[in-house]
Design a protein around this ligand. Structure first.
Ligand code: KG4
Ligand code: ZN
Length: 330
């Protein structure tokens, strides 16, 4: 049975180059994430061309490293799974071409994984007691959506952002406060010294039907408050409170659009934010589950795990499977 052997996962959709080897029961045999933050910081954001070149330079060495750490040869794998979308196309081409090359050379199945699905299923690895259906809140720099996860391969997108992703809103607001990129964690630290009631900021879409998000108006309000001379720490605290308030409201609405949800699961870098977690935990009586942060942010363990689920369902992709910069779930 091929699934009695480990699987290799590859992630290159944004600015993390990652590789992981997973045993068929989900045990992590080896994993590595190389963050490209330092390469992009001076540009104040991810530069797609720089990201693609960096993936190309790093990926072969990282894959060799996880294979060495797992103590196996390529021929002992059951499959190669690589993120094939959504994301920056240059990076997707690097990762999936590399994965296909390995698969072809060693006679292995190739699986092109949807990055959002990988985030969605991570909790079934880290918290195996979690039952379908659950509500996934994907809160990162690139993605911001509510997804009903009803089973492997069964996803319903309930709502998403109409403009900026929530992490992007943190980063843009932080930039206005003069904080380094990516600003989310810096803004959280600054907010700890401010008063969340000091500055009246809007709560975009609060109480509206559905569970879409909007953050661009909030960012504009932040700019205006700073221009009027409000203290940056107070603006940071007020911004964070507004985001947390809106996220809690949207989560409640999303749950109202599902039947029998067993839990609220958060993923993405913004899940690290304590104010956001507290607000989400208070929004519902359901358990709030956050996988360990290193598996909440981009990584290859989740890609390998999603690949295993596909393999179990008897699904693999042909070698002409094309990477997709846009690839909505559901
Ligand atoms: O999931 P992630 O590592 O990468 C992708 O965007 O795919 O998320 C990064 C985002 C950035 O926007 C970053 O500022 C934000 O998550 N972030 C935070 C915190 N830590 C990371 N935002 C608010 N509070 C934090 N503590
Ligand atoms: Zn991601």
């Amino acid at each position: 049975m091929p699934q009695s052997r480990p699987i290799l996962g590859i992630e290159t959709s944004c600015d993390e180059t990652a590789a992981a080897v997973l045993a068929p029961d989900g045990r992590i045999l080896a994993e590595v994430v190389h963050s490209q933050l330092a390469d992009h910081a001076r540009f104040g954001g991810v530069v797609p061309e720089v990201a693609a070149r960096e993936h190309l330079a790093r990926l072969p060495g990282l894959v060799a490293r996880v294979m060495h750490e797992a103590g196996i040869g390529h021929a002992e794998l059951c499959a190669v799974a690589a993120t094939a979308g959504p994301g920056l196309i240059g990076g997707l081409i690097v990762g999936s071409s590399f994965g296909k090359g390995l698969a072809l050379a060693h006679g292995l199945p190739f699986i092109g994984v949807n990055h959002l699905e990988a985030h969605a299923l991570t909790v079934t690895l880290t918290n195996p007691e979690t039952r379908f259906p659950y509500l996934l809140l994907l809160l990162s720099g690139g993605h911001c959506q509510c997804v009903a996860v009803e089973g492997v391969g069964q996803y319903r997108r309930l709502g998403s952002t109409l403009d900026d992703a929530v992490g992007e809103a943190f980063d843009k607001s932080a930039k206005l406060m003069g904080l380094p990129w990516p600003g989310g964690p810096h803004l959280e630290r600054l907010a700890a010294q401010g008063d969340p009631r000091a500055v009246a900021l809007p709560r975009p879409l609060l109480g509206r039907p559905g569970c879409d998000f909007s953050f661009s108006g909030l960012k504009t309000a932040v700019a205006q408050a700073l221009a009027k001379g409000a203290a940056a720490a107070d603006v940071a605290a007020s911004f964070q409170a507004a985001v947390a308030h809106v996220l809690a409201d949207r989560a409640r609405h999303a749950l109202g659009m599902m039947q029998g949800a067993t839990a609220v699961v958060v993923a993405g870098g913004v899940a690290a934010n304590q104010a956001v977690r507290t607000a989400l935990a208070g929004a519902t009586a359901l358990p709030l589950i956050a996988p360990p942060m290193r598996l909440c942010t981009d990584n290859a363990v989740m890609v390998a795990w999603a690949g295993l689920q596909h393999l179990r369902a008897g699904r693999a992709d042909a070698l002409d499977h094309a990477p997709r910069p846009r690839w909505p779930l559901g």
